[in-house]
Design a protein around this ligand. Structure first.
Ligand SMILES: [Zn+2]
Ligand SMILES: [Zn+2]
Ligand SMILES: [Zn+2]
Ligand SMILES: [Zn+2]
Ligand SMILES: [Zn+2]
Length: 299
């Protein structure tokens, strides 16, 4: 197999290009900005992005964000999140906030996440696949007449059916008010709900506060030893729960290692993690009933 070799300095040029792409997205219409245009673009757009970022997630009726939408996440309309309107000079007053598709002639009025079954598209109750339905409001089937709009009973990792979830678009203040993570302010386009590397995992697999709220103080203070399950050690990644870091760090765990662990979850790991999650929910419920929520939720 042939390998790509880079000239000296090429790697830096590629880094610069990737940085450009992450900031500009598709706003240059496929023709690279000149350095002057790039500077002007940044001056105009970055303040908007830092102040008016919208967070997009796919939320379970349990309140968990099962999917944090990122630039490459496909919409029901088959276009990616980054192809939708994601920069707002003024945040709309009405709720829900619409994030319409910018691809010409696409009928999508607002980004709408639809999960996959592994790598396969999921089916509607009319038996046709998601992409056989129109992205126009109501999501009618284009293949049959008995469908009253896309409706899938496919079960998400959280245990709830797809149709019970909704795509939520919210502001930083709205997320903070619910105790949901907002991550660092970033200049990049279409970041959606991504707030850290573990945002890429499904909600029920994230133990950090990007998914289901900060773990309880009791949970965080439990000592983690090298005999603990690797999921517990893997999930101590970037998180705003600073207290968790020192408790859970096992020394040399690199982000790369954590990512590779996350990418190959085995069935047993899932079952283990699910048990941990359920146990923690019970703990939190018990703590709430006592009238004192865990301190880490209040920051
Ligand atoms: Zn579209
Ligand atoms: Zn769309
Ligand atoms: Zn249908
Ligand atoms: Zn149909
Ligand atoms: Zn779910």
């Amino acid at each position: 197999m042939e390998r790509l070799t880079l000239q000296p300095g090429a790697a830096a040029a590629i880094d610069e290009y990737l940085e450009y792409r992450r900031i500009v997205g598709e706003d240059d219409g496929g023709k690279l900005f000149t350095p002057e245009e790039y500077e002007q673009y940044k001056k105009r757009v970055l303040p908007i992005r830092l102040q008016n970022r919208l967070y997009v997630s796919w939320r379970s009726p349990t309140g968990m964000d099962c999917k944090l939408v990122g630039p490459e996440t496909p919409c029901f309309c088959t276009h990616r999140y980054k192809q939708h309107k994601t920069d707002f000079e003024v945040i709309p007053k009405e709720r829900p906030i619409s994030v319409p598709c910018k691809v010409s002639r696409c009928l999508c009025r607002s980004f709408n996440f639809v999960p996959l079954n592994g790598t396969q598209p999921i089916r509607c109750r009319c038996k046709h696949f998601a992409d056989q339905h129109s992205p126009a409001p109501g999501f009618p089937c284009e293949t049959c007449s008995k469908c009253s709009g896309f409706h899938s009973c496919f079960t998400c990792g959280c245990g709830q059916p797809t149709y019970a979830h909704e795509t939520v678009v919210e502001t930083k203040e709205e997320r903070l008010a619910q105790g949901k993570p907002v991550g660092q302010d970033v200049p990049y386009a279409a970041m959606g709900g991504l707030t850290g590397f573990s945002s890429l995992a499904e909600g029920y697999m994230r133990l950090d506060d990007s998914g289901i709220g900060a773990p309880s103080a009791e949970f965080l203070n439990a000592p983690v030893t090298s005999t603990d399950h690797l999921f517990l050690r893997a999930f101590e990644g970037p998180s705003s729960s600073i207290g968790a870091q020192s408790q859970l760090t096992d020394g040399g765990a690199s982000t790369a290692m954590q990512v590779s662990r996350l990418r190959r979850p085995e069935e047993d790991d899932m079952a283990y993690f699910e048990r941990q999650y359920q146990a923690r929910l019970k703990q939190e419920k018990a703590a709430k009933q006592k009238g004192k929520g865990p301190a880490s939720l209040k920051n």
